[in-house]
Design a protein around this ligand. Structure first.
Ligand code: PEP
Length: 250
């Protein structure tokens, strides 16, 4: 049985006081026996103070939304994986579609970011997913397979530190989620691709769904055989809604 994981991608939202209030609310509502891994991904300046209030005994962990492809040096505005580690970050999102499209992050850059994170023992939540036009042209499997190439060069130990998030771009922030059947089909496919490298890792690797996942559709999505939880954007900003998503995974 794979452990369920629910990650909150706050994107460019939440001030420090709002973030702390939300985390305290969630932690009050979750009991100590809750086995779901909850990963909170705030903006960079909030990482350390939010990390200070996260309760690992209740399985709350800290994640960043991005990290630099560079190790250190004259790269103004960048945040390296080792700096993330120094503020006790356990996870980092890499390859989110907003990074790929708005910030032009190429597969090559993402590969370097993955390596940086894994070198620091930070688990990477690696995002893949197709555009609407690609799905209309039935190219979704080709697109995702290509995006997965980045993790193929990793050794098995590194691969076991990866979480995949399947996030169809047409579902992100649109209110239109992939149906449980569409999501399951892609998650199964992702596992089959990874099985070509190693079947044990393919069976063990967490594959999360992301894209307009909310309190209303989470249980149906999470009950699919190959869906191990979710990467949640807008619905993670509202305590009452996000707690329902956590319960749906529990
Ligand atoms: C995301 O951006 O990772 C995401 C899943 O967003 P939303 O839940 O708002 O669709």
């Amino acid at each position: 049985m794979r452990q369920k994981i629910v990650a909150a991608n706050w994107k460019l939202n939440k001030t420090l006081s709002e973030g702390i209030e939300l985390v305290k609310f969630l932690q009050l509502k979750v009991n100590e026996y809750d086995k779901v891994i909850k990963i909170i991904c705030p903006t960079f300046p909030l990482l350390y103070p939010i990390g200070q209030v996260l309760n690992k005994e209740k399985n709350f962990y800290l994640g960043a939304q991005n990290c630099s492809a560079f190790e250190k040096g004259a790269y103004t505005g960048e945040v390296s994986a080792s700096i993330l580690k120094s503020v006790h970050c356990d996870y980092v999102i890499i390859g989110h579609s907003e990074r790929r499209s708005i910030f032009n992050e190429s597969e090559e850059i993402l590969k370097r970011k993955l390596e940086r994170a894994l070198n620091e023992n930070i688990k990477a939540i690696y995002c893949v997913g197709e555009e609407l036009e690609q799905r209309k042209n039935r190219l979704q499997f080709d697109v995702v397979e290509k995006q997965l190439e980045n993790i193929f060069s990793l050794n098995n130990e590194q691969l076991s530190q990866i979480i995949i998030a399947y996030e169809p771009i047409w579902a992100i922030g649109t209110g239109v989620n992939a149906s449980p059947k569409e999501a399951q089909e892609m998650h199964r496919f992702i596992r089959e691709i990874i099985a070509k490298k190693d079947t044990n890792i393919a069976n063990a690797i967490p594959v999360l769904y992301g894209g307009s996942c909310n309190a209303g559709n989470a249980s149906q999505l999470f009950s699919q055989k190959d869906i191990d939880g979710g990467l949640i954007g807008s619905a993670s900003l509202k305590g009452e809604e996000f707690i329902q998503i956590i319960y749906a995974a529990s």
